[in-house]
Design a protein around this ligand. Structure first.
Ligand SMILES: NC(=O)c1ccc[n+]([C@@H]2O[C@H](COP(=O)([O-])OP(=O)(O)OC[C@H]3O[C@@H](n4cnc5c(N)ncnc54)[C@H](O)[C@@H]3O)[C@@H](O)[C@H]2O)c1
Length: 315
């Protein structure tokens, strides 16, 4: 079995690649390295530096003939999508259509798409289930919603199987602070640099899901839940204030945050119902926020120690 992963050099991609390699599955990665990191790609994965918008990616499909395609590559920044809607549209919509065309042409068994909780917009009720109305606020969320519609029509007209996974706020090791939901990595960076973290508002809630659980969810979608859409989330709300308190306590520091007004367009509350993923994808998330944060902080700390220049007499 061979799985082609777009965005496989990114945050979620690398965790998913690691999971596949552990299961002895052949991995092919397409990534343009716009934010992905080549050095982190395992040697046993085939890697193509390529842009998903480029028509020449057909050559990769012709050579590799993947059984499954997991589409994670995206322009992930909401502010960038607002500044440059065309670039967002080309990467997120045209890039997806380019992949879908090749999936049909090369008889891919299933297309798994990384969508986002952002498609729902301001919640009308909590927890948000998959049938919740969709009111995208940004061009990023519109590009995810539009891609979902393309995927469903490819299933209808060309019989391409799919699963659409709407991720909540993913966190864990390897996340950069520029993405869609980098609040935990931003706080982590501030805490370890001893820079007072900035909180915009603080009373807003988010549903934080650990990246290893997300990788497991994507893995479950290879064989389950065909032609359905799933929230990949914890069904738990955490206030940003509480999150920071928990992180500061875990690192045992006494930094006081800088409180700024809540940003315009920031959603007040978010919690996504994950019942459908648990029952139909047979996904079993294993990490509470407490456990996921502890693991993230522990590894982050170990990596900082390793990266620190050795003083005379050390080791
Ligand atoms: N991180 C989250 O909390 C979150 C939440 C909801 C949805 N998502 C979605 O999950 C997916 C993965 O997100 P992530 O957090 O790992 O982001 P990431 O930025 O770490 O990874 C994206 C990867 O895609 C690559 N890429 C970007 N544009 C490309 C292009 N045109 N061609 C080829 N490669 C390209 C980047 O180099 C990067 O390696 C994205 O589709 C994102 O929208 C993420």
């Amino acid at each position: 079995m061979k799985v082609l992963i777009t965005g496989g050099a990114g945050f979620i991609g690398l965790h998913f690649v690691e999971k596949l390699l552990k299961e002895k599955i052949d991995v092919v990665i397409i990534d343009n390295l716009s934010s992905g990191i080549k050095e982190r790609i395992p040697k046993s994965a085939a890697f193509y530096k390529a842009n998903i918008e480029d028509l020449t990616i057909e050559n990769i499909f012709a050579i590799e003939k993947p059984d499954y395609v997991v589409h994670l590559a995206a322009q992930v920044s909401v502010p960038v999508s607002m500044k440059n809607p065309l670039a967002d549209c080309l990467a997120n919509i045209a890039g997806t259509v380019n992949l879908l065309q090749n999936c049909v042409k090369y008889n891919v068994k299933k297309f798994i798409f990384a969508s986002s909780a952002a498609v729902y917009g301001e919640p009308a009720y909590l927890p948000i289930d998959e049938d919740h109305p969709q009111h995208p606020i940004s061009f990023y969320s519109l590009s995810k919603q539009t891609s979902e519609q393309y995927i469903k029509l490819y299933t209808k007209h060309f019989g391409l199987n799919h699963s659409i996974l709407r991720f909540a706020n993913v966190y864990g090791l390897g996340q950069n602070s520029h993405g869609e939901a980098g609040v935990i990595s931003i706080f982590l960076h501030s805490i370890f640099e001893q820079i007072p973290p900035i909180i915009y508002g603080g009373e807003q809630t988010r549903d934080f899901v650990y990246v290893k659980d997300v990788a497991d969810g994507v893995y479950c979608a290879l064989h389950n839940g065909s032609n359905h859409t799933f929230n990949i989330s914890t069904n738990t709300e955490t206030k940003i204030n509480e999150l920071l308190t928990l992180m500061v306590k875990k690192v045992n520091t006494n930094l006081t945050p800088v409180i700024k007004p809540q940003r315009i367009g920031d959603i007040a509350q978010s919690r996504l119902d994950n019942t459908k993923a648990l029952t139909e994808l047979h996904w079993v998330p294993r990490y509470s926020l407490d456990r996921g944060l502890q693991e993230t902080i522990d590894i982050y700390q170990q990596e900082l120690i390793k990266a620190r220049p050795k003083k005379n007499g050390d080791g």
